[in-house]
Design a protein around this ligand. Structure first.
Ligand SMILES: NC(=O)c1ccc[n+]([C@@H]2O[C@H](COP(=O)([O-])OP(=O)(O)OC[C@H]3O[C@@H](n4cnc5c(N)ncnc54)[C@H](OP(=O)(O)O)[C@@H]3O)[C@@H](O)[C@H]2O)c1
Length: 292
């Protein structure tokens, strides 16, 4: 275990602790003996995980970073999806003690320096971490299964309209449960053998979008149809950097860039990643129509 302090306690800052990976990660870490978890949030009063110390952390408030990282041995960095992410991550890490272990939540675009727009942004965040002088591990997951149940993504369209508007061409997606990403992050933050590694993370199988919609139908209790919309339609309503990033992501989906199945979750955690069927049997009730 990494120790920057003189006690036997390992202190870990989890940024984005209310998010899809941060929350399950914090729960895994507090269950470990000798690990103290700071849960970073823009609104720490809303952090309600037993055993986690709510900690003010916002990418918009650099003045608070020193207090959030003071004395920590490891930091889980949920990359902020904004154009200035390389500068923000560089500044955050520069303020940590030199031996602080860093685990960056990147995405599978991190490995595509040829991406021309937004100009090599994901790889550039990873390069900042490489150049930080801190021991690092990078996580490159594909699409999270939680996008189906998150109201900010597809939940309402699936539950109310009975459709999944997603531009895929004929390509598949190896959906991953964010809890499996958290399980890999937990090991990388605490255990030996992960420094300097870049982990491509996927779920156990690549599913076509029509097959995905079939599984969603079974979980929702009503038909869910996949609509293979254009990329323009998929990014409508967003603008600026967010639009550019979403466009790039969907173009990569259509090119098969999210279909790859890796064995990394099983290798790192010793447990096979969850299937979409497993995920939906636990969390799929959120997709039923409100009136039913
Ligand atoms: N969704 C996917 O399928 C997918 C796939 C691959 C990679 N990723 C990556 O996963 C990360 C999270 O994705 P998500 O959209 O699904 O979000 P999420 O995990 O549901 O949550 C986002 C988190 O960001 C925090 N946050 C928001 N604004 C913040 C700010 N100004 N400063 C600090 N923290 C802030 C929120 O915390 P508070 O509100 O508590 O501050 C929240 O915990 C992104 O880096 C994304 O690129 C996502």
């Amino acid at each position: 275990m990494p120790h920057a302090n003189s006690t036997d306690v390992t202190r870990v800052l989890v940024t984005g602790v209310r998010g899809k990976t941060g929350l399950p990660l914090a729960k895994l870490l507090v269950a470990r003996r000798g690990v103290e978890v700071r849960g970073g949030s823009g609104d720490p009063s809303t952090v309600g995980v037993s055993g986690v110390r709510p900690t003010a952390f916002s990418w918009d408030e650099p003045a608070g970073w020193a207090a959030a990282t003071d004395g920590v041995d490891a930091v889980y960095v949920v990359r902020p999806d904004r154009a200035d992410a390389p500068d923000l991550v560089r500044a955050l890490l520069a303020g940590t003690a030199p031996g602080t272990r860093v685990v960056l939540l990147s995405d599978s675009d991190g490995g595509h320096p040829g991406s021309d727009h937004p100009a090599g942004w994901a790889p550039s965040v990873e390069r900042v971490v490489h150049g930080s002088g801190r021991p690092w591990t990078i996580l490159r997951p594909g699409w999270f299964m939680q996008v189906f149940t998150d109201p900010r993504f597809y939940r309402h369209q699936i539950a109310e309209a009975g459709e999944l508007p997603f531009p895929s061409g004929d390509a598949g997606v190896a959906w991953i449960d964010a809890r499996d990403i958290a399980a890999v992050a937990e090991r990388a933050l605490i255990e030996d053998g992960h420094v300097g590694r870049t982990y491509r993370l996927s779920g156990p199988e690549s599913l076509s979008l029509p097959r995905t919609a079939q599984l969603l139908s079974a979980a929702a209790g009503h038909p869910v149809i996949h609509r293979d919309v254009t990329v323009d339609e998929a990014v409508a309503g967003s603008e600026g950097f967010e639009r550019d990033l979403s466009r790039l992501t969907f173009e990569r989906v259509r090119a098969g860039g999210f279909a790859e199945v890796t064995d990394t979750v099983a290798r790192v955690t010793g447990r096979a990643p969850r299937t979409l069927v497993d995920f939906l049997s636990a969390d799929g009730a959120a997709l039923r129509r409100a009136s039913r």
